[in-house]
Design a protein around this ligand. Structure first.
Ligand SMILES: N[C@@H](CCC(=O)N[C@@H](CS)C(=O)NCC(=O)O)C(=O)O
Length: 214
């Protein structure tokens, strides 16, 4: 099994944090997406969606999509459990992971891709094209993120982590959502106190790979 990744990339780091939480060591291959290696062979055939991370199994099967990779690894390496261990837990964790990914992470991802000059010509991940960056999308993404935060704030006054007392895959997704909010310089401390406490706890985890980049 080999993981194709690029250490500075947000989704690659999501898998790295998951691996660290589980204390799994697997062979990794760096694909420099900043230098467009993902559009060259053998990578473009391996993952025609032209993104990292992706996992190659012993039989040559390729699994891309961060959460799908993590689900595969969860099944192979059960402990600690990060996706839930019974029907109710699995559904609750999946519910939160989807909310965070769809209502928080993706709006911010599109804000970042439409704002910073680095992403000019790259507003859709894994593509190169002439689509203009749109300031409206930057503003809308931040507004959507703030609506999401105001909805999760009450849960964090009761729970240590988003799905309850246990750290889960949904917290890993949230950690990278917060990292995008830093790039956009969104201040959370004053308005979303419980969310801010949660964000700080995620940053303090030994598995936080962003600490190692600084
Ligand atoms: N939906 C995919 C998205 C993966 C993705 O966006 N990867 C980025 C790095 S964070 C990438 O490889 N981008 C290459 C590019 O845009 O050139 C997932 O969840 O894994």
């Amino acid at each position: 099994m080999k993981l194709y990744t690029f250490t500075p990339a947000a989704n690659a780091l999501r898998v790295e944090m998951f691996l660290k939480e589980k204390k799994i060591d697997i062979e990794t291959i760096q694909v420099n997406v900043r230098e467009d290696e993902i559009f060259k062979e053998p990578y473009k055939t391996m993952n025609p969606f032209n993104c990292v991370p992706f996992l190659e199994l012993e039989d040559g099967t390729i699994i891309s999509e961060t959460i799908s990779i993590c689900r595969y690894l969860e099944d192979k390496f059960e402990n600690p459990n990060l996706f839930g261990s019974n029907s109710k837990e699995i559904a609750i964790i999946d519910m939160w992971n989807r909310r965070i990914e769809l209502d928080g992470f993706l709006p911010l991802l599109h804000s970042v891709r439409n704002k910073t000059s680095f992403f000019k010509g790259k507003v859709v991940p894994g593509t190169r094209n002439e689509i203009d960056q749109s300031p409206e999308i930057v503003v809308r993404g931040i507004e959507m993120f703030k609506i999401f935060l105001s909805r999760v704030e009450p849960y964090l006054s009761k729970n240590k982590f988003i799905a309850g007392e246990k750290f889960t895959i949904a917290d890993i997704t949230a950690h990278f959502m917060f990292n995008l909010s830093k790039i956009l310089k969104i201040d959370l401390e004053d308005e979303y106190k419980n969310v801010f406490r949660w964000k700080s706890e995620l940053e303090d985890r030994p598995s936080n790979p962003i600490n190692n980049l600084i």
